[in-house]
Design a protein around this ligand. Structure first.
Ligand SMILES: [Zn+2]
Length: 198
């Protein structure tokens, strides 16, 4: 158990070491269980779970990425940079939520006021797990495939649907073996009109 009570020290989080598919599935189930959708903001999900979101001070050097501070069960704070886009913040919040669900909840004794601090200087395995969680939480596979088909692989349109950055949508497409935009082989070869404007 990496999380201890009353020691005055923040515990060091451990990766779940679960298979990739399992983490993606946990994230999708969490999104469904917490009623997350583009019409039910992730900020509300965080609130429902007892969390609070704060903007970091632009001038704080340590504030360039998100971080998570857990004070106990249903009592946590997510910090996001103050100078980033809403799309970027969505991903940051989902990533930090991933840490809470993957790296805090399984390790905590619900009776204890266990604390945990995770920032970007953490272990790269936990960062990779939180990223997987964020992709699947914000862009569940079935919905993503539907949107991808509807917009004929136009990742800019797909990204808008999920309110994420195009970079994030592109990564999710890649994870699902989909080819985005100009990468589309058969269609792009047939007609240049299929290539969306940048
Ligand atoms: Zn992280």
């Amino acid at each position: 158990m990496p999380v201890r009570r009353g020691s005055g020290q923040m515990a060091k989080p451990k990766p779940t070491k679960l298979p990739r598919e399992k983490i993606l599935s946990i994230a999708e189930k969490a999104a469904a269980a917490f009623s997350y959708s583009v019409d039910y903001d992730i900020e509300r999900v965080v609130q429902d779970l007892g969390g609070r979101i704060h903007l970091n001070d632009f001038w704080d050097n340590a504030a360039k990425t998100g971080s998570l501070t857990v004070h106990g069960l249903r009592n946590f704070e997510i910090f996001v940079p103050s100078h980033t886009t809403h799309e970027r913040d969505q991903f940051t919040i989902a990533h930090e939520l991933g840490h809470y669900i993957l790296h805090y909840l399984p390790n905590v004794d619900p009776r204890a006021e266990a604390e945990l601090q995770i920032d970007r200087y953490g272990d790269s395995a936990i960062e990779a797990e939180a990223n997987l969680f964020a992709y699947a939480f914000l862009m569940p596979e079935i919905l993503f495939r539907e949107a991808y088909t509807r917009f004929e692989g136009n990742l800019s349109a797909v990204a808008s649907t999920f309110r994420v950055s195009e970079v994030a949508a592109r990564m999710r497409a890649k994870m699902l073996g989909l080819h985005g935009d100009g990468e589309r082989k058969p269609k792009a070869a047939r007609s240049a009109a299929n290539i969306p404007a940048a």
